[in-house]
Design a protein around this ligand. Structure first.
Ligand code: ADP
Ligand code: DP6
Ligand code: CO
Length: 353
């Protein structure tokens, strides 16, 4: 019976407030614009992944996601395996007494405790966990920055889930993608009052995957260029300033405007991509009502590539935001918490990973 080497990790989802949408290099997964997100470390939305390897495993690598075998022959997963194996190989070459894990087949077993491919960043938590689990298995001395460069090749948004708190992804300018990595803008402890309410209207798999959707947008949308080259660069600076200054009104306004800009770009894609539905639009209206009634921005909605809403707010406005949400649409329009429970809100604090 030969040995089995094993390591496990978890990674949280991150929800962008400045969205990544567009690839300048689909092979290396290099984006057309920088982006910025909040890692929801305390939200309970996470991936748990175990990576193992053994000379006794069947000869090909495998990945089991929520109990179903996945194709690992795709270029993205292969890129992650290849990069991590190369780093392990270098360690083994420098220290011949180390077991030769780099030449053993890998078995990855992963569970998402929230809907997969429904616009709640499963590819982000999923590839961040996959890369970190293998890095742990291989005992690599790799920094989060280096792991983010590898995870980016699995799914772009995954590079941001390797950091906690407020996280940027610099689009970079190198052709090989070496400078297209995530960085921490501020730890969660910088703004501990921040909360995120996650509302699920549909746990179904989206009709158009993020990968396909953004490539169609780049090829057909006339709004896309001004978004990528003018709007987003300006808002990246505004957003970082709002976070540094803990200015929720600035943070909220830019968050909502960027979500609107991203979904407008989707509508401007041909054929058009509709990620929002009537219930999503009801959530937008509800946020508008809450902010109008309060006389300032106390709640900010954002939607990834799916109909499900994430509402950012500060703890002091819990009642005004979660209370009103529950009263106005909780139950009535079928919103649920991200794990299928009734909407409670307040649990979604943020914390550094
Ligand atoms: P989402 O909005 O959930 O990120 P995407 O369309 O971006 O949806 O990506 C969904 C895909 O990400 C899945 O079909 C699967 O291929 C991959 N994925 C999701 N979770 C995991 C995981 N835990 N491990 C590996 N890959 C995953
Ligand atoms: C709308 O990272 O899922 O959530 O790199 O093709 O895997 P791939 O795409 P993905 O796209 C995320 C798009 C988004 C915005 C964001 O998270 O920044
Ligand atoms: Co995704």
């Amino acid at each position: 019976m030969s040995e089995i080497h094993r390591a496990s990790t978890t990674a949280p989802v991150n929800i962008a407030v400045i969205k990544y949408w567009g690839k300048r290099d689909p092979k290396l997964n290099l984006p057309t614009n920088s982006s910025l997100s909040v890692t929801l470390s305390q939200s309970d939305l996470r991936t748990h992944t175990t990576a193992s390897c053994s000379p006794s495993y069947p000869s090909s690598d495998s990945l089991l996601l929520n109990g179903s075998p996945q194709d690992v022959t795709g270029a993205r997963t292969q890129a992650c395996f290849r990069e991590l194996r190369a780093l392990r190989s270098a360690l083994e070459a420098a220290n011949p007494s180390l077991p030769k894990l780099s030449s053993m087949p890998l078995k990855i077993v992963s569970e998402n405790n929230f809907p997969t491919a429904a616009g709640l960043a499963s590819s982000a938590a999923g590839f961040a966990a996959l890369v970190r689990a293998i890095a742990n298995l291989y005992e690599l001395p790799a920094s989060p920055t280096e792991l983010s460069r590898i995870a980016r090749q699995g799914s772009g948004s995954a590079c941001r889930s390797l950091f906690g708190g407020y996280v940027g992804w610099e689009q970079g300018s190198q052709a090989d993608g070496s400078d297209s990595v995530a960085f921490q803008v501020a730890p969660a402890s910088h703004w501990p009052e921040m909360r995120a309410l996650i509302l699920v209207v549909s746990a179904a798999k989206k009709g158009v995957s993020s990968t396909t959707g953004m490539q169609t947008t780049v090829a057909t949308s006339s709004l896309f260029t001004s978004r990528a080259t003018e709007t987003v660069p300006r808002r990246m600076l505004e957003m970082q300033k709002a976070i540094q200054e803990k200015d929720f009104e600035g943070f909220g306004k830019v968050t909502m405007m960027d979500s609107n800009s991203f979904h407008a770009t989707c509508l401007d894609t041909y054929p058009p991509i509709f990620y929002l539905n009537d219930v999503s639009r009801a959530a937008i209206k509800t946020v508008e009502c809450i902010n109008a009634a309060t006389g300032k921005i106390v709640a900010a909605y954002t939607f990834d590539a799916g109909p499900n809403a994430v509402i950012y707010y500060l703890e002091e406005n819990e009642k005004a935001v979660v209370g009103v949400f529950k009263a106005m649409i909780g139950g009535k329009d079928g919103w649920k918490g991200a794990r299928g429970e009734k909407v409670e809100g307040n649990k979604e604090g943020l914390e550094a990973v």
